[in-house]
Design a protein around this ligand. Sequence first.
Ligand code: ZN
Length: 101
Amino acid sequence: MIHYSCDRCRCKLASDDLRYVVKIEIQAAMDPACEQEPDEDRDHLVEIEGILDSTADECEDEIGEDIYQRRRFDLCPQCYRKFVGNPLGREAKPALGFSKN
Ligand SMILES: [Zn+2]
C-alpha cells in the first residue's frame, strides 16, 4: 500500500486522500551559440576549424542542472491552495504601489 506524504508540510496522505501532483520544468533560456553553424563565409571558417573544435567541447560541458531540470512534488489540498496562490514563493506583502527609484 503506497502512502504519499506532502512535500511541503510533510503530512501523510492516504491513498484515498485528494492529492495534487505539481510538476515543474525549469529551462534556461539562452542563445544557442554553440549550435550555430553559419553557411556563409564557410571557406573562411575552415581555416580556423581546428581552433573551434576545442571550444565546442567546452560549450557542451556547461549543460547541467543550471540549464535544465524537472521537479515533481506531491501536495496536500491545503498546501496546493497555498502553492497556486503564490507559486513563486514571493513574500506576502501588501501592495504598496510602485516605488520610484
Ligand atoms: Zn501539505
